[in-house]
Design a protein around this ligand. Structure first.
Ligand SMILES: [Zn+2]
Length: 381
């Protein structure tokens, strides 16, 4: 754990800000003895960061990281442009490009935003990238994962009340690891309808305030839907997408209500840094059955690090991350059953995509001056 933390810290993207709020630890305090739900626990900002670091490690183990500095630098500059406008500009934001043809994005607590190479390939311009990153950033600023976890009972996660809180006031190590395991499952399983709509709404706003045309996310979602169409129709799972239509309608009306709206698309700059070609969904290499989940334990030396347990593999919730954008909410149960009995591939093609073998973070150092220059070049705000 210690080792991993220092690695993460070494690669952290510093956005040129002063000591983060989580440096002021020690507030709150004795809660532990009577705590029955996670909500009773004091999860500090530092705890949240460490939980996110563990979740990110699992995601990176599963999909690998594109070892390309220039791609990471570009994605980080776009992400930082948005994150510095968010409600939590001072947390340690990191933008990580995963090495898989599957189209996806994942937000882990504490500032870890992941986007896949496959997603970058499918995007047309920088405004679309901003739309996707903005959406993921809001999952983090609104603490969607942490809030969901706080609804769990400690016994559900196997946390002993006495050991839940560390003497200093933060989480105990064992409790933190249990929570990180649950958080990883949640991040993979995807958020509910309300969280997705909130991320759409507020993510669109920060992208637009930064100067991007406001319908970047919509453009991308429509292309993603088109991409998934063939396999969906074949399986009869998603013959209609009322939720998707609702989302696109909401995004459109939100965009109309904005003033002053940004108009930047920056397709040329995007293609200067991102040259990936999208793979048709039928050609996305898949992992073997049983290996699609995230690593169960936090130990990197574990032989089963890339193999999910049966428990994790079970599609409790339909879709996840960006895939979840296509099918959030009420469809979940039904789809999961169909998937389970049909055993067909396709619905989870993006999620079950093979990944690269190198989970190492790519260090990018970006200063406030770099962000300012990047904005100026793109005529962003
Ligand atoms: Zn989302």
């Amino acid at each position: 754990m210690k080792q991993m933390m220092s690695r993460v810290l070494a690669a952290a993207v510093m956005l040129g800000v002063a000591a983060p709020a989580w440096a002021q630890l020690g507030m709150l305090g004795k809660v532990a003895k009577t705590a029955k739900t996670i909500a009773d626990l004091n999860i500090s900002e530092q705890d949240e960061y460490e939980i996110g670091a563990m979740v990110s490690e699992k995601i990176r183990q599963r999909y690998g990281v594109v070892q390309d500095k220039s791609v990471h630098r570009y994605v980080t500059l776009v992400g930082a442009t948005l994150a510095t406008r968010s409600s939590r500009p001072n947390i340690k934001w990191q933008f990580i490009v995963l090495d898989t043809d599957g189209v996806n994005a994942f937000a882990a607590p504490g500032g870890f935003v992941h986007i896949t190479r496959g997603a970058l390939a499918l995007l047309d311009d920088e405004a679309e990238l901003a739309g996707v990153l903005g959406h993921e950033i809001i999952h983090i600023t609104e603490q969607h994962t942490i809030k969901a976890i706080k609804k769990s009972k400690m016994t559900d996660l196997g946390i002993e009340a006495g050991a839940a809180q560390a003497p200093g006031g933060g989480l105990g190590q064992a409790a933190m690891e249990k929570i990180a395991g649950k958080a990883a499952e949640m991040v993979m399983a995807g958020f509910g309808r309300n969280e997705e709509l909130e991320s759409d709404n507020k993510g669109l706003a920060i992208a637009n305030e930064a100067g991007y045309q406001p319908l970047g996310l919509s453009g991308f979602l429509m292309r993603l839907q088109e991409r998934n169409k063939a396999s969906e129709e074949k399986q009869g799972l998603f013959a209609s997408h009322p939720e998707m239509k609702e989302r696109l309608d909401k995004l459109a009306s939100r965009a109309k209500g904005l003033s002053p709206a940004g108009t930047a698309t920056l397709a040329e700059r995007y293609s200067k840094f991102i040259a990936y070609e999208p793979k048709p969904i039928t050609e996305v290499a898949q992992v073997e059955a049983g290996a699609a989940g995230l690593a169960g334990g936090g130990k990197t030396g574990d032989k089963s690090a890339t193999a999910g347990t049966k428990e994790e593999e079970k599609p409790k919730k339909r879709g996840f991350g960006l895939g979840n954008l296509l099918k959030p909410g009420g469809e979940e149960k039904k789809s999961a059953q169909v998937t389970g009995s049909g055993g067909s591939r396709g619905v989870d093609t993006e999620r079950n995509a093979k990944g690269g073998s190198n989970p190492a973070l790519v260090a990018v150092n970006i200063t406030a001056a770099d962000i300012a220059a990047f904005k100026k070049e793109g005529q962003l705000k």
